[in-house]
Design a protein around this ligand. Sequence first.
Ligand code: SAH
Length: 358
Amino acid sequence: MLRHLIYKIKSTGPITVAEYMKEVLTNPAKGYYVYRDMLGEKGDFITSPEISQIFGELLGIWFISEWMATGKSTAFQLVELGPGRGTLVGDILRVFTQLGSVLKNCDISVHLVEVSQKLSEIQALTLTEEKVPLERNAGSPVYMKGVTKSGIPVSWYRDLQDVPKGYSFYLAHEFFDVLPVHKFQKTPQGWREVFVDIDPQVSDKLRFVLAPSATPAEAFIQHDETRDHVEVCPDAGVIIEELSERIALTGGAALVADYGHDGTRTDTFRGFCGHKLHDVLIAPGTADLTADVDFSYLRRMAQGKVASVGPIKQHTFLKNMGIDVRLKRLQGGRHQRNARQSKPFASLVAGFSELAWQ
Ligand code: SAH
């Protein structure tokens, strides 16, 4: 990846941070996708698989309660953006099965938006029965189709735009933070974009440089911006606009859960490798890259089309959704079974206490 980037910079000049992120994270031509789970990093909010499972279950309950509150439509689509390994959607679907009596007259389908071929295969392994073959069509916008373990049709797309329009619940969990950001620094001459260039001192090392003049992505900076360093994510705006238009047109809701802030932070672009911070420019392709989501921007892009609420801390969301009751129930059940076989309840509670949504 470093050689590829150096070649690219040598032939066409320094690249934006957004281009750098895109190349490193999702360049399909290079066959790369750096996925945090595969590298065993990040995931630092939800440390225990049990808490992660409860999170999925509570999201399932949230979707069902939204469905009930909005008049129990006869059908809905569950659409996830960037499903990773597919475990979260698996946990949500389990709740749908458990609450089958509530949903029995509702026609549910699952739609996954995933750019990585490799991850889509892992998602299929998580969600579908091996015995039932998948339908593949690489040339089609719906590049794979199958049926989940509980008998629900599931389809894969590379782009949200290709998901059929219809009453939908959308989920984006740790998705927006991997979308490419442009970085800007305030200078006496005005905003200047941060680029990635080759270090003139060391030929195989990259470094940040400031653009000598204004660049187009500056248009995404607010006119009354007071910070001296900002990150803007045009792709996030495009996706939120699309989600908002869809929801306004056909009904439904979207839930965005991510590392983020409300338009206050500055330099949040960072790399993680093995749960540790990693220099974003060193050994590209070996670390997960992320930039905090600016929720104030997402809200602005939804404004006038749909109602938006939040952001709230994940901890608060889970408390409001009754995670304490769920944990107690789990504890009760464990005492009745063989307490020695299961993980101590204290570690689950500690896991939840660690959920410190920043
Ligand atoms: N939701 C999962 C995975 C988060 S990692 C979790 O919480 O663990 C980000 C996911 O988004 C990966 O599945 C990645 O392949 C996918 N992805 C990244 N950029 C994308 C894009 N532009 N469109 C669709 N999927 C994308």
